[in-house]
Every structure is written in structure tokens, then in C-alpha cells.
Ligand binder design. Structure first.
Ligand code: THU
Length: 130
């Protein structure tokens, strides 16, 4: 992965609104047309109403035109290697492929790279509804 995707996730993390958990997270998605979409977690005083960094990034991705996601980076300020929560694995899998690379980062860069298929094995998918 080029360092720019990690830097986009880290820059997004700096914009996190996480006054309750004090756990800022950043995520960035790269698409085949070369665009990068990023996002941070946004918390709400009614805790269950907040949402994750990956979800913010996916909102930007959709509004920016979508397309094939080629790689994803996630970083958290207070974790040596953050992994997306279960709900975000499902949301990312909606738009990525099983072989899409997911870079798990710390504050200095990529710590581990896995695939979406490894992150969400046996996941429920839209083609099962057909
Ligand atoms: N969080 C994310 O943004 N992404 C994840 O994959 C894990 C959790 C956020 C949600 C909440 O604002 C904070 O981290 C603590 O759970």
C-alpha cells in the first residue's frame, strides 16, 4: 500500500468526534479510479446513536460516486492494531470484495494486512437474497 492511504486515515482520525469514548478512529478507502474517501467516528450523547469511522468513509465513498474499492486502511489513536467492528465488517463487505486488502494500522503505519474475506468469513451477502 502506498503511504497516502494510511495518511488519509490518520488525517481523518484527527477529525474524530469522540468525546465520550476518547477513542478516535480513522478509515480510508481507495477506489480503482484513484480516489480516496476517508472518515472518522462520530459519537452522540445518546451513545448508541454514534457511528464508526468506516461508516463515515463509506458515506463519502457513496456520495463521491462509489466504484471498485481496491484497499482500505483503518487506524485508531489508542490501539497498536485496530480491527473494524462487526457492523463495519458487514458494511465494508457490502461494497468491497473478498480479496480487497484491509490494512490495520497503528499511528506510524500499516501493522498487518488482511483480506475482507479473512475479516468476515461466512458473511451474509446480498446475493443470498436472490
Ligand atoms: N469505532 C470505530 O470508529 N470503528 C471501529 O471499527 C471500532 C470502533 C469507534 C466507535 C466509537 O466511537 C469508538 O470507536 C469506541 O468504540
Amino acid at each position: 500500500m502506498s503511504h497516502d492511504l494510511f495518511l488519509a486515515a490518520k488525517t481523518a482520525m484527527a477529525k474524530a468526534y469522540a468525546p465520550y469514548s476518547k477513542f478516535p478512529v480513522g478509515a480510508a478507502l481507495r477506489t480503482a479510479d484513484g480516489k480516496i474517501y476517508s472518515g472518522a467516528n462520530i459519537e452522540v450523547a445518546s451513545y448508541p446513536e454514534g457511528w464508526c469511522a468506516e461508516t463515515t468513509a463509506l458515506g463519502h465513498y457513496i456520495m463521491g460516486g462509489g466504484g471498485k474499492i481496491t484497499e482500505i486502511a483503518v487506524v485508531a489513536e489508542r490501539m497498536p492494531r485496530v480491527t473494524p467492528c462487526g457492523g463495519c465488517r458487514q458494511r465494508l463487505a457490502e461494497f468491497a470484495q473478498a480479496d480487497t486488502r484491509l490494512h490495520l494500522c497503528d499511528e506510524t503505519g500499516v501493522v498487518q494486512t488482511v483480506t475482507m474475506g479473512e475479516m468476515l468469513p461466512y458473511g451474509f451477502a446480498g446475493d443470498m437474497l436472490k
